[in-house]
Design a protein around this ligand. Structure first.
Ligand code: MLC
Ligand code: AMP
Length: 531
């Protein structure tokens, strides 16, 4: 069988030189179209253009120059988008930061990206961790939220400055965003993404999904990560469509919005679909079928796909992406959406399956590392040549660290990861980072952190700890983590053992721990240290 085409023909739109050009093109063409609806307020393309260019004027007044990095520590709201576009108008590079990050994580990102400013919203300005992290590095924190209209708040924040600026042109090769993503060493690294990475990919993705200006996206994903930003926001801008933006995902509110019948597209992580399904069952109501449901960022169980189709009347399109390469593969809009498969490469993305050590191609049908090449693939990690060279094979292909195979019809299947990564509710957690935090606690001799299956989150973070003394307690260790790292990284359970299983080389055998935890009577104690 021939694989169905993964994309529709390009509808003849020329590719703009930059994300801001893409936005300007739409704002000029349909200035009065609604761009974002948020908590009952509508913002048109013209209004967003006006506010963001004024914001850019303020940024220039604050000393931001082309190429500078500007951090955004903000929850979803039109203000985020305004700030993001403002940064891009000045020719600077946006550094979106997960608002769940705590002091050490924030200090690392702000310092590593060497940002000129940290822009925050109302919640961010009350967040001590971000203000302390920035203060330690001597970086100003600028609150963009206040009373009244956005323009006023921006202007007030910068005293008398009210001028719009001459937009700084950018081209495909220039950086638009540095997005931090966790690394195996326990420290996050900045993936450098250019205007061209985003634009070539968003053209392919929106083409493949039949996305037009008539679409209305319901977006509850955080804008500070790739799924929300690189697909949700950029796709809306690229097609000149509109979105209903939510501060966060909340299943009752999302369900109400779907019932209202305006939404044509909803993008989420599998946890969101699982919760929506429960909500639908609880209410015994069915919203009208939605043109396009997309799931990604974590594996979608075939049962969830089938259940959602049965209950919500729309079959999810599963796709596979990554911070370093935006969107890689997806099931087709019109052909078969195969359960358990992430589908076919998006236009322009070349995919090969190779041995993760030698980078040699493996026989078709066999499992190997998914490796990528194409205009979507990032330029490398910011100021980290070592991590960059480790991420690419010698012949230039990007090593995703995901393991998969291609079936006889050309559909790709992800079966695991060569990188030690836990994906919990669509957020990534690298075990080493959590282990290091645990091992800094006086009562911990050593710790092993792993992901175990979880019906809601897909995987849940669990720690196995060798205590130094009898004073260790699970609650204390969980609190210790909560204070130091983002809440989604903290272990849900702590198990205590006398020693960790190791192989002949001294490496902790996590698969043994996983098996022990999965058995009904694990040889490891649950929440309390051994007497
Ligand atoms: C929240 N909590 C989590 C969690 N999210 N715990 C584990 N895993 C998670 N994902 C914890 C909080 O720390 C807190 O606990 C408690 O849950 C309640 O917090 P909340 O803010 O009310 O959570 P909730 O609204 O339930 O969040 C669940 C969620 C969220 C699924 C809506 O996790 C989410 O938005 N996930 C999407 C992430 C995403 O966008 N990923 C894309 C990455 S880009 P406590 O006890 O600590 O207070 C990418 C590339 C690609 O991967 O392919 O797309
Ligand atoms: P991030 O580093 O946050 O961008 O997460 C990227 C990782 O999410 C990928 O390397 C995959 O491991 C995982 N991922 C994304 N989409 C899917 C999917 N549809 N199925 C399984 N894993 C996915």
């Amino acid at each position: 069988m021939e694989p169905p085409a993964s994309t529709e023909p390009d509808r003849g739109m020329s590719l703009p030189a930059s994300l801001t050009n893409a936005f300007a093109r739409v704002a000029e063409r349909t200035p009065d179209a609604v761009f974002v609806e948020f908590e009952g307020t509508k913002v048109t393309y013209r209004e967003m253009s006006d506010r963001s260019t004024r914001g850019a004027g303020a940024l220039v007044g604050w000393g931001v120059r082309p190429g500078d990095r500007v951090a955004l520590f903000m929850e979803n709201s039109p203000r985020f988008i305004e700030a993001y576009l403002a940064v891009l108008w000045t020719g600077a590079v946006a550094v979106p930061i997960n608002t769940r990050y705590r002091f050490a994580e924030l200090a690392h990102v702000v310092g590593d990206a060497d940002v000129r400013l940290v822009l925050v919203d109302e919640e961010g300005s009350a967040d001590h961790d971000v203000s302390m992290a920035a203060a330690r590095l001597g970086v100003p924190v600028v609150p963009l939220q206040g009373e009244g209209e956005g323009v006023d708040a921006w202007r007030n924040a910068f005293g008398a400055h009210d001028a719009t600026i001459d937009v700084v042109p950018r081209s495909h090769g220039e950086l638009a965003v540095i997005m931090y993503t966790s690394g195996t060493t326990g420290r996050s690294r900045g993936a450098m993404l250019s205007h061209g990475n985003f634009l070539t990919n968003v053209r392919a993705v929106t083409g493949a999904w039949g996305w037009t200006a008539r679409d209305r996206l319901l977006l509850t994903l955080p804008l500070f990560h790739m799924h929300g930003l690189g697909v949700g926001l950029h796709g809306t801008i690229y097609q000149g469509s509109s979105m209903t933006l939510c501060r966060a995902f909340e299943e009752q509110a999302v369900f109400d919005e779907l019932l209202a019948g305006h939404t044509t597209m909803f993008f989420g992580v599998p946890t969101m679909f699982g919760r929506l399904l429960q909500e639908a069952r609880r209410r015994e109501e069915t919203p009208p079928p939605i043109r396009l449901l997309v799931s990604g960022s974590a594996p979608l169980g075939p049962d969830l796909l089938e259940d959602v189709e049965r209950v919500l009347g729309s079959r999810i399109l599963e796709r596979y992406g990554m911070t370093e390469s935006v969107m890689n593969l997806g099931n087709p809009l019109k052909g078969e959406r195969r359960p358990g498969s992430v589908g076919l490469p998006f236009d322009g993305v070349a995919v090969r399956i190779a041995d993760s050590t030698t980078d040699e191609l493996v026989v078709r049908g066999r499992t190997g590392e998914i490796q990528l090449r194409g205009p979507n693939v990032f330029a490398g990690y910011w100021r980290d040549d070592e991590a960059t060279s480790a991420a690419f094979a010698r012949d230039g292909w990007f090593k995703t660290g995901d393991l998969g195979y291609v079936d006889e019809d050309g559909y790709h299947h992800l079966v695991g990861r060569s990188k030690e990564l836990i994906i919990s509710g669509g957020f990534n957690v690298y075990p080493r980072e959590v282990e290091e935090v645990l091992e800094r606690h006086a009562s911990v001799l050593e710790a092993a952190v792993l992901g175990v299956r979880d019906a809601d989150l897909g995987e849940r973070v669990v720690a196995v700890v060798v205590p130094r003394d009898a004073g260790a307690s699970a609650d204390v260790l969980i609190e210790h983590c909560r204070a130091r790292i983002a809440g989604f990284k903290r272990p849900r359970h702590v198990h205590f053992v006398a020693s960790l299983p190791r192989n002949a080389l001294g490496k902790v055998q996590k698969h043994v721990l996983r098996e022990q935890l999965a058995t009904e009577r694990p040889p490891i104690d649950s929440q309390d240290p051994p007497a």
